[in-house]
Design a protein around this ligand. Structure first.
Ligand code: GLN
Length: 487
């Protein structure tokens, strides 16, 4: 077992195939999680038993000469809003604190079939609502690059686990930026697939017209390989696209010759943070050097994305979360009757951010306000999508930073929800348009914090994101840099 804990998923797969014990590799990661989780709080549940059983199965399969899956023996961390059969799935909410799903999410089935070893479930903002992970009911996650900083949210636990070498791979979910923004803050690659590319079956719903599950890893290649495993049509999700899965891994080697990269000049010029600006400029000139051409494009309606998103997403959330009424979920204590369970579950309740969003969303959908807020928001959403349609007549990918600043300090924005929402300004437009997007590191700030570059492509063109992301990683990536705060 060489290279631990920083070897790639591919290296682990190779080691396992050539006879290294998957159980030993799994034990090593579990021990590292036990050691560092008290500092980082990125795991909510560590599944020792399940992980070791999955690893043992891989070892047996190899010893019996069976063909191994693409992720045989590769450890992975899952955001705790993905249903795992028999393993607690909390959504970082007290209301689901003891919920044990009777089934696996589609992506979890796909992972098991590929031989992956699920290490446990990662922390998040309650019901995936947030940009800093501070809305979790079960503790604050720390950014491994600087422990006083936010890991981003809502998939902060998955981003932190990957960046800290607690797992080579992770899955998160992205409604308005929740794999890309924590990916940027923690210095890893994250892909938000096209809406419909990955089945949402078994993902606890936040805003159903936006939610997508996305891969997270320390390199573009690993994220691309993971996407290949989890993407694909699934009848159990009515919005799942019946399209062939792309060759994301192969796309990483295609280069960017002739690629037209759209630059949203006014967005770039408006950036206050000079580290983010120079990171993006460096990535752009690297792409150009490798044969891409830069063209100016504009997204005139993107400035409304924050208002539109926080109406549409809260409206959908208020409807989705109505099921958590204390009757359907909750811990049934033997001897306790249903009414007692109902009362106890309600008393455990939602946290303040979730309550704020249910109220906002219910208001936006109420008679008399529906036209003024919800309907109008949906109309502007269409205009944002059209901006991209126009931009894609001139370019193949649209490039912006992932976030306006590198990771902010914990506690910095908790007193002002609006400031927190503004952290999503670059990730929201592609989400509202249903488009695929990648965030990959394009350098470190003067303080040594990762900076994320976001690339957005037309629907179902994830391959071009992999090619361009790889080109950025090759020239200004940080794959070899390690978070100093862990030393
Ligand atoms: N930060 C955004 C929000 O708070 C996005 C969350 C997400 O993508 N799940 O809603």
């Amino acid at each position: 077992m060489s290279g631990f804990p920083w070897q790639s998923a591919f290296e682990i797969r190779e080691q396992v195939a050539s006879g290294v014990s998957a159980v030993d590799i799994t034990r090593a990661y579990l021990a590292r999680i036990e050691e560092l989780n008290p500092t980082l709080s990125c795991f909510l549940t560590i599944d020792h038993e399940g992980a070791l059983a999955a690893a043992a199965q891989v070892d047996h399969a190899r010893d019996d000469g069976e063909e191994l899956g693409p992720l045989a023996g590769v450890p992975i961390a899952l955001k705790d809003n993905l249903c795992t059969r028999g393993v607690r799935t909390t959504c970082a909410s007290k209301i689901l604190g003891e919920y044990i799903p009777p089934y696996d999410a589609h992506v979890v089935e796909a992972l098991r079939a590929s031989g992956a070893v699920i290490l446990g479930k990662t922390n998040l903002d309650e019901f995936a609502m947030g940009s800093s992970n501070e809305n979790s009911a079960f503790g604050v996650v720390h950014n491994p690059w600087a422990l006083g900083r936010a890991p981003g949210g809502s998939s902060g636990g998955s981003a932190c686990a990957t960046a800290a070498g607690l797992a080579p791979l992770a899955l998160g979910s992205d409604t308005g930026g929740s794999v890309r923004q924590p990916g940027a803050f923690c210095g890893i690659t994250a892909i938000k697939p096209t809406y419909g590319r990955v089945s949402r079956y078994g993902l606890v719903a936040f805003a159903s017209s936006l939610d997508q599950i996305g891969p997270m890893a320390r390199s573009v290649r690993e994220a691309a390989g993971l996407l290949e495993v989890v993407a694909g049509h699934d009848r159990r999700d009515a919005t799942s696209a019946d399209r062939e899965t792309g060759e994301y891994l192969a796309a990483c080697d295609r280069g960017v010759k002739g690629l037209r990269v759209g630059v949203v000049r006014d967005l770039l010029d408006g950036l206050q943070d000079s580290d983010v600006r120079s990171g993006v400029e460096a990535a752009l000139s690297a792409l150009e050097k490798q044969g891409a051409t830069l063209v100016d494009v504009s997204l005139p309606h993107a400035k409304h994305a924050v208002s539109v998103y926080y109406l549409v997403a809260t409206a959908e959330a208020s409807s989705n979360l109505a099921r958590f009424d204390g009757m359907r979920y909750g811990l049934r204590v033997p001897g306790e009757d249903l009414v007692e369970t109902y009362t106890a579950t309600r008393a455990r309740g939602f946290g303040p951010e979730v309550r704020r969003r249910i109220m906002l969303g219910t208001y936006a959908l109420s008679a008399g306000y529906y036209d003024a807020f919800y309907l109008k928001a949906q109309r502007v959403r269409t205009l944002i999508r059209r901006d991209y349609d126009t931009a894609f007549e001139r370019c193949d990918v649209v490039c912006t930073p992932t976030t306006p600043t590198p990771a902010f300090a914990l506690g910095d924005k908790t007193g002002d929800p609006l400031q927190m929402y503004l952290a999503d300004i670059f990730t929201l437009p592609p989400s509202l348009a249903g488009l695929p997007a990648i965030s990959t590191p394009c350098g470190l700030s003067a303080e040594g914090l990762p900076i994320g570059l976001q690339l957005v492509a037309p629907p179902f063109e994830e391959e071009v994101l992999c090619s361009a992301g790889q080109a950025v990683e090759d020239s200004c990536g940080i794959v070899g840099s390690r978070p100093a705060a862990l030393d």
